[in-house]
Design a protein around this ligand. Structure first.
Ligand code: PLP
Length: 382
């Protein structure tokens, strides 16, 4: 990005630029250097600040303060939830139900449980990119101890009806633990723990304009899974390790800045997504492969152009997008295939992920650059 004037950042599902409130809060947090576990006043001050952020995050999802535990990232949150569920019930029950399109932070720990002898049922989206709550219920049996289903898919933006699925499961199998990766939905779509009917929810700071390295796990009162990290007993003995006060303050500030704006920002993002979809439909050779889920994520494919080539072409112009999931570092995504993307387009998928600040003008600039790439790169190929 050195020396470049134009920056159009359309990779917000990978990470976001921290907002001013979060940056200021992190700096402020560095000044409050007391250890929240210390008994003196500096420790107490840090502890109070941490608990204030816990209160803000709990309120944002309709949880109780004591149900929120700070972690280093959503990956840690999901690992804690999944291995915790296994430690709690995995000796007596063996089945885990999940989707075939989870983020690796959920898919890989569940894969590990499979190696340990669990039976894993992975549900694929239907032609419309949906997984019906009934299909999830039907996959659950008396031998099931965990159902883990994401709210918003990070590659396509597909939104799953987790609330209905979990409610149906809880009615028939009240002892099954339910976990939801809400990373791409938190502070973007309105939801509450009650509506989701989840026992455990993973959240991340850096997708919502807070810094990287901070996440949270919601664990419903009365759900007793063991901790993943053992040590000094911080976070009510559920997550040992001295709390990172500055990052926690940054997380709380970012959430607070978004509170009350979720619906307004959603409407703004939807208008920008509609503009993108409409313009793609009118342009030649650009296919929208998934929209209609979260307005913040749209997957498109530019016929005949490999996504990585196009990504670097756009980068030269200061436009940043992603080819599939940034976490997969350019590896072909198995998730995209699950969303029934035609084989000839699967190498050409770009993920456009916007923020509440993205404008229709940004989209126009993106599409002008794509059109230029179609002309220039097609000539090279001849
Ligand atoms: N879950 C989803 C849906 C994501 O998109 C991501 C990040 O890309 C994660 C989990 C992992 O979050 P973190 O980087 O906080 O571990």
């Amino acid at each position: 990005m050195k020396g470049m004037t134009l920056v159009i950042y359309l990779d917000n599902a990978a990470t976001t630029k921290p907002c001013k409130e979060a940056v200021d809060a992190v700096i402020n947090g560095l000044e409050h250097y007391g250890n929240p576990s210390s008994l003196h006043s500096l420790g107490l001050e840090a502890e109070n600040l941490v608990n204030k952020q816990r209160e803000i995050i709990a309120a944002a999802i309709g949880a109780k303060e004591k149900e929120i535990f700070f972690t280093s990232c959503a990956t840690e949150s999901s690992n804690t939830a999944i291995f915790g569920a296994y430690a709690y019930q995995g000796k007596r029950k063996h089945r885990v139900v999940t989707t075939a399109v989870e983020h690796p932070s959920v898919a890989n720990p569940i894969g590990k449980l499979e190696q340990l002898g669990c039976e894993v049922i992975r549900l694929s989206p239907d032609e419309n990119g949906q997984i019906s709550p009934k299909a999830v219920l039907e996959a659950v049996n008396d031998d099931t101890f965990l159902v883990s289903m994401m709210l918003v898919n990070n590659e396509t933006g597909a939104v799953f009806d987790v609330g209905s699925a979990f409610s149906m499961i809880k009615k028939k199998y009240p002892r099954v633990l339910t976990h939801c990766d809400c990373v791409q939905g938190f502070m973007k779509l309105p939801f509450t723990v009650k509506k989701l009917n989840a026992d455990m929810i993973s959240l991340s700071g850096h997708k919502i304009y807070a810094p990287k390295g901070i996440g949270a796990l919601y664990v419903k009162s009365g759900v007793h899974i063991p901790p993943l990290l053992l040590g000094g007993g911080q976070e009510s003995s559920f997550r040992s390790g001295t709390e990172c006060v500055p990052l926690i303050l940054g997380f709380g500030a970012a959430v607070e800045a978004l509170c009350g704006k979720v619906e307004e920002n959603y409407a703004k993002a939807k208008a920008v997504q509609d503009h993108l979809v409409e313009k793609c439909a009118r342009s030649g050779g650009i296919t929208v492969i998934f929209s209609g889920g979260s307005p913040y994520i749209t997957s498109i494919a530019v016929q005949g152009l490999k996504s990585e080539v196009l990504l670097h072409f756009l980068e030269e112009k200061g436009i940043y997008v992603s080819s599939g999931s940034a976490c997969s570092k350019g590896k072909k995504s198995p998730v995209i295939k699950e969303f029934h993307v035609p084989e000839d387009l699967s190498d050409s998928v770009l993920r456009i992920s916007i923020s509440a600040e993205t404008t229709a003008q940004d989209i126009d600039t993106l599409l002008e650059a794509v059109t230029e790439a179609q002309g220039r790169l097609a000539r090279i190929k001849k």
